[in-house]
Design a protein around this ligand. Structure first.
Ligand code: AMP
Ligand code: MG
Length: 377
């Protein structure tokens, strides 16, 4: 895999340095390379030449002299400091120093960032821009990466139609498959969208069978208490073992997780906001593990609540909210919403405010925890 294409992938090899870093004593400023004990306040040194970034420098610094040097150039042997040009004045060849140089100033010594053949990246590391730059720096232009886990997405429900169809008066478009595919991508997986299954055991069974060919299967809908919520039964009939079949959160209480024919399967509730929240909480970490990486922690941050709120205790609530970062302390406000079917409200939210199960009232000004929507903040 080319380094240009590896963004967000998980590394499956070690990356070592090809040489020391920096490979030479590197000047970090434009100025004069000096012996620090000679460049005292008021001293004048003869400038004997100029070193540009990229110049091959083989000459040592002679006593009583200095070299003009640019950022990124190699300091001559014998120089132990670079004095910034701003702290000097020059007449002809003579450079006068306004303040004393300190040994080591503005020079990064050869090998101080990394030794030769030092391991810089290890398997399991997720490749962000800095990791990719590091690989590029040491010449690792091709990287062995873990395959993105393929995550099958299957929506369910007799009322669900394709997004490019015109729904009947009591039908809805399959927005969950779209949000799930986006969330799979963001989590580092490869979505495999299987369409929609009718609320019938046979159709569910057939489509689940297809989904189990992938690395993981995520279903939406059909896990609540309704007469036509058949996903759990269909999975059980195919030998699924469940690790949980309800969670103490709202939205998202009916979410289930199990292993079916060796593959992890998530049954997420169909209400769009429930689907989104439960994906963030349960599926994202699973995709990390399937990618060969450690599960990332949830992006939880503290913010100050600006309007008091009241919730029924008993479940941990995730409320669509908007965090404002402009002040010294982030401030958060819960948005008005019509419950977990309200995609429009979520379109205005950049986070979910987390209300602990034992809290009924939270006063204005109190510190609260919010779960960030990583895709928009
Ligand atoms: P369920 O979990 O199957 O009881 O569905 C709960 C609610 O979510 C119902 O109002 C469904 O119409 C809605 N819903 C189910 N599946 C989808 C989907 N794929 N896209 C959008 N909404 C859905
Ligand atoms: Mg349904």
């Amino acid at each position: 895999m080319s380094v240009w294409e590896a963004l967000g992938l998980v590394l499956a090899q070690e990356v070592k340095t090809d040489r020391e870093y920096p490979p030479f004593d590197r000047s970090t400023r434009d100025g004069y390379a000096v012996r620090s004990n000679e460049a005292v306040t008021g001293a004048q040194l003869k400038c004997v030449g100029e070193i540009k970034a990229g110049d091959t420098m083989r000459e040592a610094l002679a006593v009583g002299t200095c070299w003009q040097i640019m950022t990124g150039a190699g300091a001559p042997a014998g120089a132990d400091a670079v004095v910034m040009i701003e702290h000097t004045s020059r007449e002809g060849d003579l450079v006068r120093f306004d303040r004393p140089a300190r040994a080591g100033q503005n020079i990064v010594p050869r090998g101080s960032e990394a030794a030769a053949a030092q391991t810089m990246l290890t398997p399991g590391v997720r490749l962000g821009y800095a990791e990719l730059a590091l690989a590029a720096q040491v010449g690792a232009v091709r990287l062995q990466c873990a395959q993105r886990p393929r995550v099958a997405i299957l929506s369910t429900g007799d009322e669900v139609v394709l997004i490019d169809e015109t729904p009947g008066p009591f039908q809805i478009r399959n927005s969950n498959s779209v949000s799930l595919a986006a969330q799979v991508r963001i989590a580092g997986g490869e979505p495999v969208v299987l369409g929609n299954a009718a609320d019938r055991i046979e159709d569910l069974g057939q489509k689940i069978e297809r989904g189990l060919k992938e690395d993981a299967l995520v279903l939406s809908g059909g896990v609540s208490m309704g007469k036509y919520d058949l996903v759990e039964n269909a999975l059980k009939a195919m030998g699924a073992e469940f690790f949980f079949d309800a969670v103490a959160i709202r939205p998202g209480k009916p979410a289930v997780f199990g292993i079916c024919q060796g593959k992890p399967v998530f049954g997420l509730p169909g209400n769009p906001v429930s689907t989104m929240v439960t994906f963030e909480l349960f599926v994202t970490p699973a995709i990390d593990l399937l990618s060969g990486a450690e599960a990332r922690a949830l992006p939880l941050v503290e913010a100050r609540l600006t309007e008091a709120l009241q919730e029924k205790p008993g479940l941990t609530h995730f409320l669509p909210a908007r965090v404002d970062w402009r002040g010294r302390v982030p401030e958060v406000k819960v948005l008005r919403w019509q419950g977990s079917g309200d995609i429009a409200a979520l379109g205005k939210a950049n986070c979910f405010l987390v209300v602990p199960a034992d809290r009924e009232k939270i006063g204005s000004g109190e510190s609260v925890t919010v779960l960030l929507r990583k895709d928009v903040v």
